[in-house]
Design a protein. Structure first.
Length: 291
């Protein structure tokens, strides 16, 4: 089982030190065998999660570009981009660029968007939920087309029209497409139809088992092998913060048995590099031994 880290708090050091802190964090993660590094894609911190909106929040793809330059093996992605944040043609171009400059390590993480307050704050249109899902499906189609070197023709959708889908240079490898969220009627259907990976929140093994059963049903409907979809899970890692690696491995084992391939850990309010060194790194080997 692989370990990832999700960098979503940037308040432990002054802004002038963030560059060094991030570099130390991802280099330590890579040295420890961490396989995935992601960042949030938000304009400001999540007030719904109890954080002050004034807390630091870095622009996602600029940050990933920097992280690509100081790493060599970790997979890089956003967990996840709201479909409303960037025109899908531009998003595909950004991700293709990240893939080229990272040596083929980019994942395109995308979802339907939910953070209405930040849309209002920045004047970004926030359509109703049904339309956001319609836009999400069209964005997935556009990105698939732009990552296909044999098709640079137009795209005609209800919400997006592209005269050309030229993407040059093409990504080194078609970036993995991760559809974030566990909505059973729409989100998991889009995973089955378009996704290479999904991301679920760690809840209980029983609920994750149910979500994966729903996903298998959608895969059957579209003629897709569910084994082709990488299952990832976002987890708080409380046992690791308490220094109890064995308890963490015991907690994670049932998820591994269900088919979760990567557990992605979120940091507490502490130095990111210290968190990786003291709490994440000790878990990488024991989880890898799970198989």
């Amino acid at each position: 089982m692989r370990v990832g880290i999700h960098l979503m708090r940037f308040d432990s050091v002054p802004a002038s030190d963030l560059r060094q802190e991030l570099a130390q964090t991802v280099v330590a993660a890579e040295d420890a065998g961490v396989a995935w590094v992601s960042v949030m894609d938000h304009y400001f911190q999540m007030i719904a999660a109890g954080f002050p909106r004034e807390d630091p929040m870095l622009e996602a793809y600029t940050t990933l570009g920097y992280l690509a330059g100081v790493t060599s093996s970790v997979q890089l992605g956003v967990l996840v981009t709201g479909v409303t944040y960037r025109h899908p043609g531009l998003l595909a171009k950004i991700v293709a660029t990240l893939d080229v400059l990272s040596g083929g390590r980019a994942t395109l993480g995308i979802g339907a968007a939910w953070y209405e307050e930040e849309h209002q704050a920045f004047g970004v249109p926030y359509p109703p939920l049904g339309e956001r899902f319609e836009r999400l499906e069209e964005a997935l189609q556009i990105c698939r087309q732009m990552f296909d070197p044999s098709n640079d023709g137009p795209y005609e959708g209800t919400h997006y029209q592209l005269a050309e889908t030229l993407c040059s240079p093409q990504p080194l490898h078609a970036p993995e497409i991760m559809v974030g969220g566990g909505g059973e009627k729409k989100t998991l259907r889009l995973v089955a139809q378009y996704g290479d990976a999904c991301n679920l929140f760690a809840t209980t093994p029983e609920l994750i088992a149910h979500k994966l059963e729903v996903l298998r049903g959608h895969c059957a409907d579209v003629g897709r092998d569910p084994g082709d979809i990488r299952v990832t899970m976002l987890h708080g890692g409380a046992d690791l913060l308490n220094g109890d690696v064995d308890a963490f491995v015991e907690e994670i084992t049932p998820y591994r048995d269900l088919g979760v391939e990567t557990v992605i850990l979120r940091p507490p309010a502490t130095s990111l590099s210290a968190w990786v060194r003291d709490h994440v790194a000790p878990a990488v080997g024991p989880l890898a031994e799970l198989g």
